[in-house]
Design a protein. Structure first.
Length: 353
């Protein structure tokens, strides 16, 4: 094998390293398997058998995403153990919005020169995310591309597939005036706004181990905190409550995500200050000389996932979330949309510019 692959290795692609990575991660990946997986890592495709008896009219829901320039921060801080959780979260939270249970996940890892140790660390994080989401890491692709990526750099993409009964798809169509908007806490900036975060960080002069001003976390702890995975929490709610709409707060913040589930004739009125904003966002606002409307256009500002429910069950939903150890609040309501008004309106206390 060594002689046959020598020419390719001289060109920068180490087939032996790729095979070593597969061997290293085999048991890690197998740890995510559950009912439905009928293939092992290393094949040309991952096989998954649907439990057709569990669904009346099954619909598959899919999503693909990456983690943006948060990857650059992971490189800069040399901390790669949780970025894979971010990758899974960005995909599975999106399909969860429509009421889908994640079934399996695929990843794409591309680099200029493959480091087996680094890649195995990243894949371990992906496996951790899959376990948290209750889905199988069914397969993936490792691409060694010399000359395309700088030394030591890599890129990630993720792909998830879930399932929901056709009658139980959540699309926001039943949302009406008077419904309550519930916010569930985020773990930090999640995986959005990092081009601006990195600019603010560079101008601040702070390093990864420096404390965030007025916070109890270091820069690395606050900015590399993995994106929350809301799957188990939301699936628990869906067993007992009628959820009319759900929102994953990603790129575009409040203004460009909440409106994606709203019928045309209504608007969401969000009360800023109805939840506790983590100090990392206070720091980003101050250091970046931003306004709160600008912050809410870019970041989740402490709310990573939203639910829209009938007002009469809002209190029960919040209590269930608290029992699940979630920080959750009613943060707004649905109103009639005024002519020419935006579909997402945020009101601010007088003291919050």
């Amino acid at each position: 094998m060594a002689d046959r692959s020598a020419a390719y290795k001289a060109a920068g692609v180490d087939i032996d390293a790729g095979n070593s990575l597969v061997s290293r991660i085999k048991s890690i990946v197998a740890g995510t398997y559950g009912k439905g997986v009928v293939s092992d890592i290393g094949g040309f495709g991952g096989l998954f058998k649907l439990d057709s008896g569990a669904y009346t009219e099954p619909v598959l829901v899919s999503s693909t995403d990456g983690v943006g320039t948060k990857l650059k921060l992971a490189h800069d801080f040399a901390r790669h153990d949780t970025i894979g959780i971010d990758l899974v979260a960005m995909c599975v939270n999106d399909i969860l919005v429509q009421g889908a249970k994640p079934l399996f996940f695929l990843d794409y890892f591309a680099t200029g020169k493959l480091s087996v140790d680094l890649a195995a660390t990243v894949v371990s994080g992906i496996a951790d995310g899959c376990k948290e989401a209750g889905c199988a890491l069914l397969g993936g692709e490792t691409a060694e591309m010399p000359g395309f990526y700088p030394d030591g750099m890599y890129d990630l993409a993720g792909f998830s597939v879930g399932i929901v009964d056709n009658a139980k798809i959540i699309d926001g169509s039943s949302i009406g005036v008077g419904d309550a908007v519930i916010g569930i806490e985020a773990s930090g900036p999640h995986s959005n706004g990092y081009s601006l975060i990195r600019k603010i960080l560079a101008e601040s002069g702070l390093g990864p181990d420096d404390p965030i001003p007025h916070a109890d976390k270091t820069v690395a702890e606050a900015l590399l905190a993995p994106t929350r995975i809301y799957v188990k929490t939301v699936l628990n709610l869906l067993r007992d409550f009628d959820i009319k709409g759900m929102v994953h707060i990603t790129g575009g913040g409040f203004y460009d995500n909440v409106n994606r589930i709203l019928p045309k004739g209504v608007a969401a009125h969000i009360r800023f200050g109805s939840w506790e904003v983590p100090q990392v966002f206070e720091w980003l606002k101050t250091e970046g000389r931003l306004t709160w409307p600008e912050m809410l256009q870019i970041f989740n500002c402490g709310i990573g996932f939203m639910l829209v429910v009938a007002p009469e069950i809002a209190g029960d939903v919040v209590q269930r979330l608290k029992a699940l150890h979630e920080y959750a609040r009613v943060i707004g309501q649905i109103e009639i949309r005024k002519d020419g008004a935006e579909q997402v309106e945020v009101t601010f206390p007088a003291e919050r510019p």
